[in-house]
Design a protein around this ligand. Structure first.
Ligand code: ZN
Ligand code: ZN
Length: 278
């Protein structure tokens, strides 16, 4: 099989090592294809996105390393673009004159806290609770439904190749009483989002970032059979922020996908999307 990881970070955003260090780890682990995908700049300051002015350096460093290690690995360049309505999405002016090998779509923010900032659903617990209380009156189900709506808006808008960690909010929501991914309403909402992915010919990421630590990928493995049944193409990535994690959880996840009936996954290789046997 073509061994690939297409969702990773480095010093250009919130990764904990240089682009070159990540790539060297990827080569040491035997990857055939590796992609760097910094968080795209947002219209407000954050500590975890690529700076607007760093774009040229980002592209230059990718090209330098792509050439330097060309005989060892295929190295691709991407961005992980946040969807935040008109405020941030893959169709924004900033991206118009820029090209990448592929684009990842993610939802890390849901709506705006009244009178305040956009609600970062993966920030501190304090910020999470503030948004939940002030936007959704503490209703975790309403927040979850709105999250899936945001993902569907992002999918319909287009300009992305695959959607990252599409049920990531569920692991946080699971800490709230009464929330369960086994509820019918949840399965329906998640299923609707999957249908939207399929209808728009996108790919779905199986994100293995938390496989070692929390024992689950995003989406949760219990949905693998459904994803398989719906014949949605999947891309398996680690979302590594540390070089040690470039292959974290991948093999375990390949096994679970096989058990769920998957025969192949999608990879970016030889400058195009293609299937590789599991
Ligand atoms: Zn992300
Ligand atoms: Zn990421």
């Amino acid at each position: 099989m073509i061994f690939s990881n297409l969702h990773t970070h480095c010093w250009f955003c919130d990764g904990h090592a240089s682009m070159e260090e990540f790539l060297r780890f990827a080569i040491a682990k035997g990857f055939d294809s590796y992609g760097i995908s910094s968080h795209a700049p947002l219209p407000f300051d954050t500590k975890w996105t690529l700076k607007k002015d760093d774009y040229d350096d980002y592209r230059r460093e990718h090209l330098r390393l792509k050439e330097k290690y060309a005989d060892k690995i295929q190295f691709y360049v991407a961005l992980e673009i946040d969807y935040l309505g008109d405020f941030s999405n893959a169709k924004n002016e900033y991206f118009k004159d820029k090209t990448f090998d592929y684009i990842i779509g993610s939802v890390h923010y849901v709506d705006k806290i009244p009178g305040g900032r956009f609600w970062n659903i993966f920030g501190t617990q304090e910020v999470f609770q503030e948004g939940l209380d002030n936007i959704f009156d503490g209703d975790i189900k309403a927040a979850m439904l709105r999250y899936f709506e945001c993902e569907k808006e992002m999918i319909k808008l287009g300009g992305i190749d695959f959607i990252a960690h599409s049920d990531k909010l569920a692991s946080r929501a699971s800490k709230y009483e009464g929330f369960s991914i086994n509820e019918t309403w949840y399965k329906n909402a998640f299923g609707d989002m999957l249908q939207c992915v399929k209808d728009h010919n996108l790919k779905l990421e199986i994100n293995t970032k938390s496989v070692e630590e929390k024992g689950t990928s995003s989406p949760h493995p219990q949905f693998y059979p459904l994803i398989r049944e719906m014949q949605i193409p999947v891309v398996v990535n680690t979302d590594a922020h540390n070089p040690d994690n470039v292959d974290s959880g991948l093999r375990k996840t390949y096994q679970l996908l096989k058990q769920a009936g998957f025969k192949s996954i999608n990879v970016f290789y030889d400058n195009k999307w293609q299937e590789t046997e599991l």
